[in-house]
Write a protein that binds this ligand. Structure first.
Ligand SMILES: *Cc1c(COP(=O)(O)O)cnc(C)c1O
Length: 389
């Protein structure tokens, strides 16, 4: 399938390979290894002289279909799928960096990514400097001679700060380094970082790509040259995705745009209603005109996305009352599901950092994050209102 088709068409058609049975729906190949016609073919497959499957740590036809479909949706030359989003980030760094290298990262990235950079990569001599997500000049100023990549996530979690991807791509080009964007919160249905000049896109496929909270998965998309390096790490180190998980994600991609559009529309309606509620001090949502980077968000995203954060008037007790009043929303830190979830970041995802650091980064005790799903927005709003003073 060529990549010049529209997104909707690629989402249901790209990457499909049919077997001898000519099945209509993509097949799930649950096999860890593949047989060869003869000794010469085995040798050719192992040496790479002949293309084809060898062993599922390297590749599998179902995984290949998922990779090719996601690559088409991101507008990438190639994609490498992995067992989780975290290992997709680890593999990217392990494949492309070495001891003594340096990363410049936007502040407010996913908590486990911060731990990966700070507690694990630091032990292997890779250092990370964080800069305020929205201050473009701060990224340039933080680049050193040993900086190899800029890492960014947009919108940020949970405050929905929007990073100027095109501006960061300009800095990366100027400095001869890579721009890596974790596109988990928007997915390619709403934002295509490679079109904006980024070099590599990373996904936790666990979130919107699956979209129904079933499986763990991850992926890295970009140019062939870098993806080959990352694939070499994968085939040696083995953080490979299960073919079953790849199949679930492959089928999830078929409804990605429909879900993202519907969940974003729900999120915008919810954000506008919450903004008018007398017990709510502030709403963070890039689709609102009141959002500080609203214009930028509307330039680089198709919509404001499906994550809405807001501060209730009061402290932890008032925020927890909203959480505990929910009968429909799921109280969980996960996101990217068709089921709406609600989280109190200060006592969960950001509970391990000091209260001072939390306040400094704007994560107040009254803050709540809602990852909006597909229920009726009236039911979602009513559920939130039950615990609001
Ligand atoms: C969940 C998440 C990850 C990690 O993905 P896993 O699949 O849970 O390993 C990375 N980045 C962001 C933005 C996420 O939300």
């Amino acid at each position: 399938m060529s990549h010049d088709r529209d997104f909707e068409t690629l989402a249901v058609r790209a990457g499909q390979e049919r077997s001898q049975f000519n099945e209509h729906s993509e097949a799930l190949y649950l096999t860890s290894s593949f047989v060869f016609d003869n000794a010469a073919q085995a040798a050719a497959r192992f040496s790479g002289a002949e293309d084809g499957y060898v062993y599922a740590r390297f590749s599998n036809p179902t995984v290949a279909m998922m990779q090719n479909r996601l690559a088409a949706l991101e507008g990438a030359e190639a994609c490498v799928a992995m067992a989780s989003g975290m290992v997709a980030i680890l593999a990217t760094v392990m494949a492309l960096l070495k001891a003594g290298d340096h990363i410049v990262s936007s502040q407010g990235i996913f908590g486990a990514t911060q731990q990966l950079f700070g507690n694990i990569l630091a032990r292997f001599g890779v250092e990370t400097t964080y800069v305020p997500a929205t201050q473009v000049d701060a990224y340039r100023a933080a680049v050193r001679p040993n900086t190899r990549l800029i890492f960014a996530e947009s919108p940020s979690n949970p405050l929905t700060e929007v990073v100027d991807i095109a501006a960061l791509a300009g800095i990366a080009k100027e400095k001869g380094i890579l721009l890596v964007v974790d596109n988990c919160f928007c997915s390619p249905a709403l934002q295509r970082p490679l079109d904006l000049g980024a070099d590599i896109v990373i996904h936790s496929a666990t979130k919107y790509l699956d979209g129904q909270g079933r499986v763990l998965g991850g992926a890295v998309c970009g140019r062939k040259a870098e993806m080959e390096e990352i694939f070499r790490f994968l085939r040696t180190a083995g953080p490979s995705i299960s073919p079953f998980n790849a199949w679930v994600i492959l089928k999830g991609l078929e409804t990605l745009k429909l879900r993202m559009d519907a969940q974003s529309a729900n999120a915008l309606t919810l954000a506008m209603r919450l903004e008018k509620h007398p017990q709510i001090a502030r709403v963070y949502y890039p689709g609102l005109a009141s959002h500080p980077q609203h214009a930028l968000a509307m330039r680089q995203q198709a919509s404001g996305g499906a994550i809405v954060s807001f501060e209730v008037k009061g402290e932890r007790a008032e925020a927890w009352r909203v959480v505990d009043g929910c009968r429909v929303l799921s109280v969980t830190a996960n996101l990217g599901d068709v089921k709406t979830t609600i989280t109190h970041p200060a006592s969960t995802t950001h509970g391990r950092i000091t209260a001072e650091a939390r306040e400094a980064s704007g994560i107040h005790e009254g803050l709540l994050r809602v990852a909006v799903g597909l229920e009726s927005v009236d039911d979602i709003y009513a559920d939130i209102c039950r615990g609001l003073g």
